[in-house]
Design a protein. Structure first.
Length: 116
């Protein structure tokens, strides 16, 4: 099984991503391998808890874009909701969705790191 196959099993729409990357699997995998550091370095929850909603929105929005480009669909959808909720001043619901997404994030990161 390959990284791409494992990501498919985790809900990534790899076929869509490959179209976006003009079927350049090497480029797609290169970009995927940058994701763990971005995800680990992200402190959306800390920003929310510190009351830095603007910072949380900015970081979540950046991640949403990257996850969308890579077609990591479950996390893209979660961060889309998180950004919307934060903009609506619903930090509690955003934190709930963020917490629910952590196990998926961990699996995606572990999958990618396994192939680095």
């Amino acid at each position: 099984m390959s990284m791409v196959d494992e990501l498919k099993d985790l809900g990534a729409n790899v076929d869509e991503a490959m179209q976006r990357f003009m079927n350049n699997a090497a480029l797609y995998e290169k970009m995927l391998k940058k994701l763990p550091n971005m995800m680990k370095g992200t402190q959306v929850m800390d920003a929310i808890e510190a009351g830095n909603i603007e910072g949380a929105i900015e970081t979540a929005h950046t991640l949403k874009g990257v996850l969308g480009n890579l077609s990591i669909t479950p996390l893209y959808e979660a961060y889309t909701d998180i950004v919307t909720l934060l903009r609506q001043n619903n930090a509690d619901k955003a934190k709930s969705i963020l917490a629910e997404s952590f196990p998926v994030e961990e699996k995606v990161i572990a999958c990618i790191e396994k192939y680095q």
